[in-house]
Design a protein around this ligand. Structure first.
Ligand code: GAP
Length: 428
């Protein structure tokens, strides 16, 4: 993990938040390359679950919602962790992670108390109980409260789903492991509504589908596994849940949970809002509450897992080569254009012209700040799938060398054909 953290900082993937003020506990900022990677991960997810399917539509709901939402959903009552305080040093711990004495000073611990993990804030100028609102701890509720809006405006019939990507906030007691567990994070969630009785079959299909998504984008099969939740781990709304886990440096840990939420949420919101969120089935002419299968993944964890999985060190001619074998769809920069000699203006001009032609079609980087060997190493380390080198011969034969990241194979192509060639190579 230290290697990845250091690469992320050195190369502009992820920085400590508020670093110039000494940082802010467990918060991270995505740098120029991290922002690209994160956008690409979200785009790959959106494309697989919204664009490539005709049974799922997207949504982008507000982070702040009516506080009653969180009463109805059960989060005010049940979204809690048991905590203990040390009577001596006053530090606070999760009860399930400590023994009888304080792990910091050996002092006596208090009885466990339930601590709600939702962040509270105040809406408007008066900071009283009536103005309390919560930062959403999951994006899912924005989908449930819009179930009828989406179903009627998009004329959807069961089974269908609603997908959403957005920030969620939890006042985690033990954040850590870099971006794995933080208090502010981003989720990619689908609520997939099905006829009761078909839920178990759909649950199975979604488990397979979501597992396959990670390998489609290059995550190694041997680093992924499925794990069923024990009854005592299940969230208050779930009947059963499977996690897709990744073999992180700290051990197997959850990337995504795929839960059967039954009709719990739609029933709760119907009861609390007095708006009927049941569904009229035109085929059977019955009215019922759909069951919900929920694949819910974390963007930040997925980004971290893709980075870890892509990281390779290899020996090339007595030298260590660090290469990020990111899937081309995820790589932040798709091509780097490198002039072999930076003190030859005509050569620099050809390279700059090519980069300008590539930019409207893909993320392109022009770099002439080091020797070609160093420039290649830099691009390998950030995972750029292709480098194009313009050399002295290019001035006469109007060709340039395209180098592929993983095989390091080189082909010489007419410069005019390079943009189409790369678009073709990068298609997914
Ligand atoms: N709506 C269901 C739900 O929120 P969850 O298992 O609590 O289920 C779903 O969260 C996903 O969100 C997790 O699999 C994880 O990837 C991500 N996630 C949850 N808490 C997180 C945290 N504190 N930091 C980073 N990601 C988190």
């Amino acid at each position: 993990m230290d290697t990845i953290v250091s690469l992320c900082k050195r190369r502009g993937y992820i920085f400590q938040s508020s670093e110039i003020y000494g940082g802010f506990a467990s918060t991270w900022d995505y740098g120029p390359l991290g922002a690209e990677l994160k956008n690409n991960v979200k785009a790959a997810w959106w494309r697989a679950v919204v664009q490539e399917r005709d049974d799922i539509v997207g949504l982008d709901a507000a982070i702040l919602m009516a506080p009653q939402v969180w009463v109805a959903s059960g989060h005010v009552e049940q979204f809690t962790d048991p905590l203990v305080d040390c009577k001596q040093c006053k530090q606070r711990f999760r009860a399930d992670q400590v023994g009888e004495r304080c792990p910091a000073c050996g002092g006596e611990l208090t009885e466990a108390r339930q601590f709600n993990m939702m962040f509270k804030t105040f809406v408007g100028p008066v900071e009283d109980d009536a103005a309390v609102a919560y930062l959403r701890p999951e994006t899912a509720q924005g989908i449930f409260v819009n179930f009828a809006n989406v179903q009627t405006t998009m004329r959807k019939k069961l089974p269908f789903g609603i997908a959403q990507i957005g920030k969620a906030f939890r006042n985690e007691i033990t954040p850590g492991n870099f971006t794995f567990r933080t208090r502010e994070f981003e989720q990619m969630e689908i609520e997939y509504f099905v006829k009761p009785g078909t839920d178990e079959e759909w649950h199975r299909r979604w488990i397979e589908d979501r597992f396959a998504w990670y390998t489609r984008f290059g995550m190694r099969r041997e680093n992924l596994r499925l794990r069923q939740h024990e009854p005592d781990e299940l969230a208050h709304y779930a009947r059963s849940c499977y996690d897709v886990e990744y073999r992180f440096p700290m051990g197997w840990s959850e990337l995504e949970g795929i839960a059967n939420r039954t009709d719990y949420d739609l029933r709760q919101h119907t009861e609390f809002s007095h708006k009927d969120l049941s569904y009229f089935d035109p085929e059977t002419e019955e009215r019922y509450f759909p069951y919900v299968i929920e694949p819910s993944g974390g963007v930040d964890r997925t980004v971290l897992a893709f980075l870890i999985d892509a990281y390779h060190e290899e020996q090339v001619r007595q030298e260590k080569r660090v290469v990020l074998r990111l899937h081309p769809a995820l790589a932040p920069i798709k091509v780097a254009v490198l002039p072999l000699l930076r003190n030859r203006p005509e050569l620099v001009q050809v390279a700059r012209d090519l980069a300008a032609r590539l930019r409207p079609r893909m993320m392109t980087m022009y770099d002439d700040t080091a020797s070609i060997g160093r420039l290649y190493r830099r691009q390998d380390e950030i995972g750029t799938p292709f480098c194009v080198t313009v050399d002295v011969d290019s001035l006469d034969d109007h060709q340039a060398t395209v180098r592929e990241r993983d095989s390091m194979a080189q082909v010489r192509l007419p410069i005019a054909e390079i943009p189409d060639y790369l678009v073709e190579q990068l298609r997914w």
